[in-house]
Design a protein around this ligand. Sequence first.
Ligand code: C2E
Ligand code: CA
Ligand code: CA
Length: 653
Amino acid sequence: MKHFGTAPDRPAANDARLFLADRVTLLYDSLPLALTAVVINGGILAAVQRSVISQPLISLWFGSLLAVTLLRFGLYHGYRHRSHSADPVPWFKLFLIGALGSGLIWGSTAYLMFPERDPVHQLFVIFVVGGMSAGAVTTLAASFLALLFFLLPAMGPVIFRLYQLDAPLSDVMAAMLVLFLAMISIAARRSRKLIMESLVRRYEHQRTEAAMEHQAHHDSLTELPNRRLLVHRLEQEISRSRRHRFLAAVLFIDIDRFKTINDSLGHSVGDSLLREVAMRLKSNVREEDTAARLGGDEFVIILSELGDNDTLVARKTQRLAEKIENLLSEPYQIEGHTLHVTPSIGIAMFPVDDADAEEVLKQSDIAMYRAKQLGRNTIQFYLPAMQQAAKTRLDIENELRDAVERDEMELYFQPQLDADGRMVGAETLLRWNHPQRGMISPADFIPVAEDTGTILILGEWVLQRACLQLKSWMDTTTDEALCAFPCLAINVSPKQFRQQDFFQRVQHIIKHTGVDPRHIELELTEGMLIENIEDTAEKMAQLADLGIRLAIDDFGTGYSSLHYLTRLRLDRIKIDQSFVRDIPRARHSEVIVETIILMAKNLGLDVIAEGVETEAQLNFLKQRGCFTYQGYYFSKPLPRDAFQRYLRNGCKS
Ligand code: C2E
Ligand code: CA
Ligand code: CA
């Protein structure tokens, strides 16, 4: 929506810089007409004077005239194709130069095309230059300066030449020409004024239109979008979110006990309070969000593009709603009163089914009423599932922070085997033994930890624990199977890897635990590697120098290019289980798996397939040249003791 927030008052019509862009356009618009007249009149003059002026002089003059005209036409062409945000000033200056050039050509006729003793042909020159000057009044009317740039060099020399002649009446004619010059200048000023006035009128018209448009779509008390604009924007947001498959939310905000304030302190206090609420809302939503006033003490916020995962979005929305709740609960200073108010907030997510804007608004309204019933100053989702999702997520966030300290985290180990069924390594997988919720999958809490930053604590703990475990297996046991333990893989999260001192931390843990780094493999995911390739390459080189092995996890799901693979110090690629799951049935997964195996071979990298569950998958992989596997077909991830038993049993469960 276009509106001129704080436009200046009526502009003064005599301000020379005013509407320069419009006026420059007017100047350029009349250029083709002016240039045509120049060529025609110039051609006639050259033809007529041929009998009294030498051919070289005529050619010189007419040639220069054509050259200047051509340049001005080029300029016209350039102006038509300029970018619309272009500054008008340089174009105006170029126009002035063009007008000056043209004026000089016409002025030069007083010497180049002026026969010494031939009054009729002399008169003809004066006649043509006078005509050209009179014509310029219309084509240059938009700028008095441009007119002067043309008129003075065009008529000046002619007047001077006449004045120098000692023919009868020549002085009088020179004086008359000066008078003529003065009169066309006055006429030019007049038409310029007319042009300016019409520009001012057009501007005012646009301004009123914009103001009316603004009024129709905004609330006059708070200047926020009104219901009409809100519904319009919400409709757009709903279809956008359907198209791009993201979730968004509507917050319905009602000020608790506003009526009491309005009734006891008066409407003026009430109005000021609403304005202040509107200001707080407006200055705290993102650029792409909309804060609107429905009327009374009801406000609505559209939060667009929040993500695509239900649980994450629910929690994010709740967090934003809490922020707004706190913001609106700050005390207000109004007309000497300190007011404390709280909002009740209802949340409806969209898109759901085929609910349109009115329906979504209604849902958020219903949720807001439920919030009020629950005792005001609360936040409620329209859908109970969303409420639950947000709550679970919040609980996990809170509990996760202390889970390490409460000793609820545990490491599981999943064996990795070769084609002969010998164990060649194991992957460390984190488990959360929640006292009430039972075993929580890392798929549920790792994203939360990543989001809140708790992953740094968790990741460090995993690294430390895994190294200690490895060390104790290698040192203390007399068991041959355990002694021969080849390699323990540890997952590293993106945030963890991107820590500036990640390498130093790993180095420290290795030194501290005394573990042999050649038996450790770090699993990194594709996405985090390409993000900052220089930094990544350097960190990986440092780790590799230490002797640590490096693997890419979930390979095939990111955007690896061969180019970056060759730049990194890698040892191994893990084929993502989503491809393994589909073989040997789905052709496209087969092709991907074959390609990855081939590529790894060509790059001299080891390759392991994860998620191997069936003999058919195993055989397919074996045939295509992949000889290391991890998956339920061999063993699920096992707690430490079970893992040790598995090893002692010769890798049989
Ligand atoms: P991931 O790194 O891709 O780990 C492999 C996942 O596949 C594990 O899930 C494992 O139990 C599962 N899996 C193994 N074999 C099979 C199979 O044959 N069939 C099926 N359907 N699944 C199989 P898990 O343990 O639930 O871990 C999930 C994800 O959580 C991991 O995926 C990893 O991204 C993350 N994660 C786990 N532990 C850690 C950790 O210590 N640090 C970090 N940063 N992330 C971790
Ligand atoms: Ca992994
Ligand atoms: Ca994986």
